[in-house]
Design a protein around this ligand. Structure first.
Ligand code: A2P
Length: 275
């Protein structure tokens, strides 16, 4: 393995730097096929959530992959309704049961819904019990992390955030880095229905490296220290999205991609969400 295929979280757990994101992939044969193609292409990291309604397929594909369980990193997330209802432990156990797994590699608070401090405390206990190898948050701004840390005994290992060349999130990433929190990118390719992959500046860079625009973006992610979670249901795209360890972007090209930032979200704003 080349050095940047994995990162170490602050508790020493290794996490593959590319994972298959399975948001909006239908539970059943479609999800199972996508995950199987990912594992065949060398992915060892799958990112799901209670709210994606496909944990069953993720678990089934992981269990049937013919790869030792401890070589595949599985993330799922605690949904907002469960945070508000104060049922983090029950929700975690339900996710484990749907996945058909004994432990979850990374369990995240999906959004900073009301009650996330109490949820975090329950997650700390589940972590200490060994059901979760790492715990973290998602869609947290710096002030949400500050609030969480007021009563936390464990610093989140991860913050999973929307991040791509039009929303580079530099201040939040620097804040997380200063706390030892690894950042993961969701919608790294600009999300479903976006047009980031048609961006002319990215196309020009891609042409120079003989790579696709998606590969350039995903390489920019991992070279910039992110863990990245591209979604696809197409085996050939799934395979090409992880084929990014055989080249390096120059410092100039990294900076050129950084400069495309417009602070433009494709998803909800963590300070103003209504679900
Ligand atoms: P599909 O699943 O049909 O391949 P994001 O990861 O930012 O959420 O983006 C996912 C979107 O990008 C999906 O619509 C996915 O469609 C598409 N996609 C993923 N990988 C590629 C690729 N290598 N080339 C073109 N489109 C891609």
């Amino acid at each position: 393995m080349q050095p940047d295929t994995q990162k170490k979280l602050h508790n020493g757990v290794a996490i593959p730097t590319v994972g298959l994101g399975v948001f909006q992939i239908e539970n059943g044969p479609v999800a199972e096929k996508a995950i199987r193609s990912a594992i065949d292409a060398g992915y060892r990291h799958i990112d799901t959530a209670r709210a994606y309604h496909n944990e069953e397929s993720v678990g089934k594909a992981v269990r049937n992959a013919g790869i030792p369980r401890d070589e595949i990193f599985v993330t799922t997330k605690l949904w907002n309704a469960d945070i508000r209802a104060g049922r983090a432990r029950a929700a975690c156990e339900e996710s484990l049961s749907r996945l058909g797994l004994d432990y979850i590699d990374l369990y995240l608070i999906h959004w900073p819904a009301e009650g996330f401090e109490a949820a975090w405390s329950e997650m700390e206990t589940l972590y200490r019990e060994g059901k979760l190898r790492a715990i973290g948050v998602s869609n947290f701004q710096d002030h949400h992390i500050d609030t969480l840390m007021q009563n936390a005994t464990i610093t989140p290992m991860v913050n999973q955030i929307e991040c791509h060349p039009l929303l580079t999130q530099k201040p939040l990433r620097e804040y997380c880095e200063s706390k030892g929190i690894a950042c993961e990118a969701w919608s790294p390719l600009g999300g479903t229905g976006g047009n980031l992959l048609d961006h002319s500046a990215l196309a020009a860079i891609a042409q120079r490296y003989g790579k696709s625009v998606a590969q350039i973006i995903l390489r920019w992610d991992i070279q910039g220290g992110l863990i990245t979670l591209p979604k696809s249901v197409h085996p050939e795209r799934i395979a090409s999205n992880i084929n990014i360890y055989d080249f390096e972007l120059s410092a100039e090209d990294m900076a050129a991609i950084d400069s495309l930032n417009q602070d433009r979200r494709v998803g909800p704003d963590p300070d103003h969400f209504n679900f």
